[in-house]
Design a protein around this ligand. Structure first.
Ligand SMILES: [Zn+2]
Length: 451
């Protein structure tokens, strides 16, 4: 019941705050009109197994958690059961277990990325990334677990109320601090140097009526040949980040379009709006998590005050996954509308639909994105319109359609193609780091983002 309520509220808020005004009425575009049969087949040969690997990874996590719910491991000997340390150690061990269980699938996805020419990093470098992100994940899980158990002890009935507040506050802190504290652990960020690209950004920003103090180039090429761009951060850490692979392989006209798209997210305040959306939906989601946790781990089984024992943590983690997965589908639908608006905004700002279409074609090829994925992928999992839909938006603009603009909405971060698709996401530095920050606010990031 609480889960149904949480979904209803998330959906209602998504509907109430999605972009108002009329999105460009895009004519249907066929992938075959812009891509050869071989190009489409090549992308699908790569993307579809990656998606299957990503979904298998999610299923595996569910199975591991379910088995731990049935037989919860005892907290480490030598620690008082109800101490903060016992909770932290159990939560950290749980997180580590899930990461290790998923490693074979992550390695398989990466092997396929290497074979496809998308991944560029050595296995040693990849292992270093995995070690760093695992260390971070384990530390966060330990701290979160200790905090959650302490709340359960103090407020056995209503722990979910401060719990949801702290989760949102944690998301805000990650969004604020991630770009300056976490992202640099995985990549080097350098301010966009003076030159035509920087002049373009400043000129577009002036015309878009947004203030962008920080535009960075990230050395994505150390890991991937894929190109992308994103907006992240909050307040003083707000920034536009361009992949070096984008600047190195696309024309200035095409890069301008990407910049204009990112400026749309700044203009509409899509990142803080995403955080706000999460904040509004969080309390009911947390109530659903609390109810599910109690059902999965009935009090008494793990001692009289079962909910506050470390043995409750696998049930809590499984409940979070069971609530976050359907809620993320609602966030995705809204993200697609926000992204379509950013495309329309970029077209109006640049008034240049031809390079928009050539860009969509080229980046789909470069990132090995399926230009026209199956409907269930496009309608459930995708955070962006598909390549053919985006080309359709440009065709509509060419035909004289205009976006009628009104009202705010929200958005997500990484913007083009299949970067970090499937199980590879966790190993893609920029994607992993922004997933820790902005993406977690934008779409929960519990599923692989297909292009
Ligand atoms: Zn975008």
């Amino acid at each position: 019941m609480a889960l149904a309520g949480a979904l209803a509220v998330a959906e209602a808020i998504a509907l109430a705050t999605r972009p108002r005004g009329r999105l460009l009425a895009a004519p249907p575009v066929r992938a075959e009109d812009h891509f050869s049969a071989e190009e489409i087949a090549r992308a699908r040969r790569f993307v579809r197994p990656q998606l299957a690997i990503g979904l298998a990874g999610m299923a595996l996590e569910g199975v591991v958690l379910a088995s731990l719910v049935r037989r919860p491991p005892a907290p480490p000997a030598g620690l008082a059961r109800r101490s903060l340390a016992a909770g932290a150690a159990t939560g950290a061990a749980l997180s580590l277990t899930l990461t290790v269980a998923g490693l074979p699938l992550a390695a398989l996805a990466r092997r396929r990325s290497l074979d496809a020419g998308l991944a560029t990093q050595s296995w040693g470098g990849w292992a270093g990334d995995v070690a760093k992100s695992t260390a971070l994940g384990t530390a966060f899980a330990g701290a979160g677990s200790a905090l959650a158990l302490e709340l359960m002890r103090r407020l056995p009935r209503g722990w979910w109320i401060p719990g949801s507040g702290l989760a949102v506050a944690g998301g805000a802190v990650l969004l604020l601090a991630g770009p300056v504290l976490l992202d640099p652990l995985f990549n080097r960020f350098t301010p966009l140097p003076a030159g035509p690209a920087r002049d373009d950004v400043l000129e577009l920003a002036r015309r878009a009526g947004v203030r962008v103090r920080q535009v960075y180039v990230v050395d994505a090429s150390r890991r991937t040949t894929a190109a992308n761009a994103y907006v992240t951060g909050l307040g003083p850490t707000k920034r536009v980040v361009l992949f070096d692979t984008l600047l190195n392989s696309f024309s200035p006209e095409e890069t301008r379009l990407v910049v204009a798209h990112e400026l749309a997210h700044v203009h509409y305040r899509d990142v803080p709006q995403a955080l706000l959306h999460m904040a509004v939906t969080a309390p009911l989601c947390a109530l659903a998590v609390a109810r599910l946790t109690r059902r999965l781990t009935p009090a008494g089984e793990a001692g009289q005050a079962g909910e506050a024992e470390p043995e409750v943590l696998p049930g809590l983690a499984l409940a979070v996954g069971l609530v976050a997965t359907p809620v993320s589908l609602i966030y995705n639908a809204r993200s697609r509308a926000v992204e379509a608006r950013a495309d329309a905004f970029a077209l109006e700002l640049t008034n240049d639909p031809a390079p928009f279409i050539s860009f969509e074609r080229r980046i789909a090829l470069q990132n090995l994105a399926d230009p026209d994925p199956p409907a269930w992928v496009a309608r459930l999992l995708a955070t962006h319109p598909t390549t053919v839909e985006r080309i359709g938006i440009a065709r509509a603009y060419e035909a004289g359609e205009r976006w009628s603009d009104a009202g705010p909405a929200m958005g997500s971060v990484a913007d083009f193609g299949a970067v970090g698709s499937g199980g590879e996401r966790g190993s893609d530095g920029a994607a992993a780091a922004s997933a820790a920050g902005a993406a977690s606010a934008a779409d929960g990031a519990t599923h692989p983002p297909p292009g």
